[in-house]
Design a protein. Structure first.
Length: 147
């Protein structure tokens, strides 16, 4: 998958994209929760959320359960950005798969049930191009491999 990641434009870090994805999949989150999910220090995620907010991808709201805290939420522009990035990654992967010999494409198709099962075991943490699941698993699981 590193090949596909390398083919997607790099105007955002992978952690920024992962943060957008976390907000898309799980809804608004506290900064402390985002830091724990992303495995970074709170000051780092605070700075990253500020960058994403200035770009128009994230907005902050007061936490209704604790007025002292704020929640980071994905904006429509953030959702569009994430959708576009996932589409580009899926297209890049499909182009690469199309270049494989038929036997290797068949081997990938045979692996689909196991990949879907892995996604289920991971609680859906692998993300897709359009529905919040990994581009590989979703593209394989729902659309089939490129022929």
């Amino acid at each position: 998958m590193a090949v596909v990641v390398g083919r997607v434009p790099r105007n955002m870090s992978l952690t920024q994209l992962s943060t957008l994805s976390t907000l898309a999949d799980g809804g608004p989150r506290r900064i402390t929760d985002l830091a724990a999910i992303q495995g970074v220090a709170q000051p780092s995620i605070t700075e990253m959320v500020a960058i994403l907010e200035r770009a128009g991808y994230v907005e902050r709201h007061r936490d209704p359960l604790d007025g002292r805290a704020s929640l980071a939420a994905l904006t429509a522009a953030g959702r569009d950005c994430l959708r576009d990035r996932r589409r580009i990654a899926s297209q890049s992967l499909a182009q690469l798969v199309a270049m494989l010999p038929a036997a290797e494409r068949a081997a990938l198709n045979a692996a689909v049930p196991a990949l879907v099962h892995l996604r289920e075991l991971d609680g859906g943490a692998v993300r897709s191009a359009d529905a919040g699941h990994g581009p590989v698993v979703d593209r394989i699981g729902h659309q089939g491999m490129a022929r």
